[in-house]
Write a protein that binds this ligand. Structure first.
Ligand SMILES: *Cc1c(COP(=O)(O)O)cnc(C)c1O
Length: 339
């Protein structure tokens, strides 16, 4: 069986037409805002979401961290779900970069509610950190690719407006949510103060994320990006891949979602598997029965050419993406049903 790499949707290889777009990109010095391709990517993404401006950054971690830095003062508090990437996987950056503390909420597979947010807002009391920012994640990575209902996000937005809180979206996999739920980028642009989208996840570009917000916010963000060392020069080479991905790789995400559903069904038929988190997008998280650990099962799968991550003692994650073909999924399903 050929190698099937389900560790993450970050492992994708650029396609031939994507490489062609990169090779022929018009470039300039982006620290001088002179890279036509970067400018085009920023404007294209902003327009897509109906937001004023965009900023191309090297990673999703950087777009999130810049947003948090711009939106908070040292000593403020950021409200988010306990599974959030901004808390779990950004190296303590909220404290390190922004000097802010975090209020963690226990959501439902990474999704929090307006009531939870409202209850977590500190009163105007000198003892308390100032609650200033709410960060949502859609889809939720640790939540197994779960998606928000737009109505639930809008209720959170109302609480933010009422209490003078800013609302940021970690939309590393937002396009997966849009495709799965039939939502539009404009609906998100109208609701959030800032949005971070990743080009290097399901969209299949080799590098890059875009931060979206108002002109004023992005002006501040550009300064922070430079401070963080993220001001790149002829970045159009990689921005071209991002533009290509936005134009060509969004609709096809539904294929990744179908593949993930097939894997879910195969896993449910496997006697070693205790449970599978309901699959909504391209992430499949499952729990093994006692008697076999995730590390052991992942090592077994590796002998069969299947790569995945153990995300807990009994828990494994599969992520489908651009380089996972239907044939691979069928082979893997046949194998999973019996092993
Ligand atoms: C991958 C990811 C990011 C950003 O990660 P980078 O590897 O820094 O690009 C942010 N949020 C979520 C939910 C992610 O899955």
């Amino acid at each position: 069986m050929e190698r099937i790499d389900l560790r993450s949707d970050t492992v994708t290889q650029p396609t031939a037409p994507m490489l062609e777009a990169m090779m022929t990109a018009k470039v300039g010095d982006d620290v001088f805002s002179e890279d036509e391709t970067v400018n085009n990517l920023e404007a294209t993404a902003a327009k897509m979401f109906g937001m004023e401006a965009g900023l191309f950054c090297p990673s999703g971690t950087m777009t999130n961290q810049i947003a948090i830095k711009v939106h908070t003062q040292p000593g403020d508090e950021v409200i988010c779900d306990e599974l959030s990437h901004v808390y779990q996987y950004e190296g303590g950056g909220i404290a390190f970069n922004a000097g802010a503390s975090v209020r963690l909420l226990k959501g439902n597979r990474g999704r929090i509610t307006a009531n939870q947010v409202e209850d977590a807002i500190n009163p105007d009391d000198v003892h308390k950190p100032v609650s200033s920012l709410v960060v949502l994640e859609n889809t939720s990575n640790r939540g197994g690719g779960s998606c928000y209902e737009l109505a639930d996000i809008q209720l959170i937005k109302q609480i933010c407006l009422k209490n003078n809180l800013i609302l940021h979206l970690d939309g590393a996999r937002l396009f997966n949510a849009l495709i799965a739920k039939g939502q539009t980028p404009l609906e998100y642009g109208q609701t959030f103060d800032s949005i971070s989208i990743c080009l290097s996840k399901g969209l299949g570009a080799p590098v890059g994320s875009v931060l979206l917000g108002t002109k004023e916010m992005i002006r501040k963000a550009r300064r922070i990006r430079k401070v963080f060392g993220g001001g790149m020069r002829q970045a159009g080479i990689i921005a071209a891949a991002g533009l290509y991905a936005l134009e060509n790789h969004v609709e096809r995400l539904s294929t990744d979602h179908e593949h993930a559903k097939l894997l879910e069904q195969a896993l449910l038929a496997n006697p070693k598997i205790e449970s599978v988190l309901p699959v909504e997008t391209n992430i499949v998280i499952f729990t093994l029965k006692q008697g076999i650990t995730a590390a052991e099962y992942a090592a077994y799968l590796k002998t069969k050419g299947v790569l995945c991550f153990a995300t807990g003692k009994q828990q494994i994650r599969f992520v489908t993406h651009l380089n996972i073909t239907t044939k691979m999924v069928q082979q893997l399903c046949d194998m999973l049903k019996n092993a």
